[in-house]
Design a protein around this ligand. Structure first.
Ligand SMILES: Nc1nc2c(ncn2[C@@H]2O[C@H](COP(=O)(O)OP(=O)(O)OP(=O)(O)O)[C@@H](O)[C@H]2O)c(=O)[nH]1
Ligand SMILES: [Mg+2]
Length: 348
């Protein structure tokens, strides 16, 4: 992206644009299965301001959590489907019409599930399909199980393929990465870290779309980027504006996903900056990120001024078209995140 195109985008921004988009797209967050519902619950606690929908076959769990709408899918005893993906899929198919009715008129859906169990893995692709057929853009955010959850891993692999077929993009996060980040914490606390990340990412996304920006990312930008690659990852970081390179490096060094960037062909970059931000700062952030993408990659950017960010910058990057070893079934190339860190940034 060139400076002139950034300037063009800035000059295109008018009061009229704000007015024209004031109604905004209808966005919902849908959590499926135990992990998905937990993520939705966390977002509710954090004050997300778009409707939340929790879907599960597990009645006691669904009862316990907080969401704007809860959908109980049928299972034998109301206690989940015990890891049976076929039952999970069937339970959603049986409720197809009801789900379609509740999720009608949705423009953008964030669909989240922990892959590996029966309900999330089986039902989430069905729900994504319903949403797409209703005309919604579906951004799925899923977690992959720990390697030691052996049976779950195989189910997750199949589930991931299915959800990829039904979503505009699937953002994948690996539970395994939690071992590096919170090695000594009990499992439920480690899951909370993951849920927090999912929640924060979705809430940032919603923020990008719904709040007026200095440079807007609208639904068509989003559609453009989200259709550029089936698998995506989210990178998040913030820091002082005196060291923009560090902010970018920290984002690229995101420890929650082992990805191969070499195939990345699209990025959505959103920056939150203070009133002291300069155009050259924004330009250098965009430039650094785009240097990691292949030539002719699609990149869309937005920036928002928030007085709380004076002297600071927060970036959220959604990289699309990445490879994940789990899916590719090939060894992650040596050009891993860690190596990018050292080779390309010469961080001391
Ligand atoms: N991030 C996160 N992951 C979880 C949590 N609980 C379980 N997981 C992961 O998600 C996978 C699926 O678990 P659940 O979501 O509980 O399964 P389910 O979809 O409810 O399926 P059934 O219980 O078989 O009906 C597991 O293999 C774990 O790797 C959680 O609270 N947060
Ligand atoms: Mg469950």
């Amino acid at each position: 992206m060139t400076l002139s195109s950034i300037l063009r985008r800035v000059s295109e921004y008018t009061e009229y644009d704000l007015y024209a988009h004031s109604e905004g797209p209808k966005i919902v967050v849908v959590g499926v299965g135990g992990a998905g519902c937990n993520a939705v619950w966390r977002m509710k606690k954090l004050g997300i301001d778009v409707p939340t929908i929790a879907i599960n076959t597990d009645y006691p769990h669904l009862r316990m959590i907080d969401a704007d709408t809860k959908i109980l899918l049928k299972s034998k005893d109301g206690n989940g489907v015990g890891g049976n993906v076929g039952y999970g899929e069937q339970s959603a198919l049986m409720a197809r019409e009801k789900i379609a009715e509740i999720l009608k008129d949705v423009d953008i859906a964030f669909l989240t599930a922990g892959l590996g169990g029966g309900t999330g893995t089986g039902a989430a692709p069905v729900i994504a399909d319903i949403l797409r057929k209703n005309g919604a853009m579906v951004i799925s955010i899923v977690t992959l199980p720990f390697k030691i959850e052996k049976v779950h891993v195989a189910k997750a692999k199949d589930g991931l393929k299915k959800i990829m077929e039904k979503s505009n993009t699937v953002i994948v996060l690996e539970n395994e990465k939690l071992i590096d980040i919170v090695p000594n914490r009990p499992l439920n606390e480690a899951f909370m870290v993951m849920d927090q990340l999912i929640s924060y990412s979705i809430m940032s996304f919603v923020d990008i779309i719904t709040k007026p920006s200095l440079i807007n990312i609208d639904i068509s930008d989003l559609r453009y980027i989200m259709n550029s690659g089936k698998l995506s990852t989210i990178l998040l970081s913030e820091g002082d504006i005196d060291d923009i390179r560090k902010i970018v490096v920290d984002a690229l060094n995101n420890p929650l996903m082992n990805v191969d960037y070499s195939t990345a062909n699209g990025a959505l970059l959103h920056m939150t900056v203070g009133e002291d931000a300069t155009l050259s700062m924004i330009y250098s952030t965009v430039d650094t990120i785009s240097s990691f993408l292949r030539e002719n990659s699609k990149i869309s950017m937005g920036a928002r001024v928030d007085p709380e960010y004076t002297g600071k910058m927060r970036i959220l990057v959604v990289l699309t078209g990445i490879k994940v070893p789990f899916v590719e079934e090939e060894k992650l190339k040596e050009r891993s995140i860690g190596n990018i860190f050292e080779d390309d940034f010469e961080v001391k």
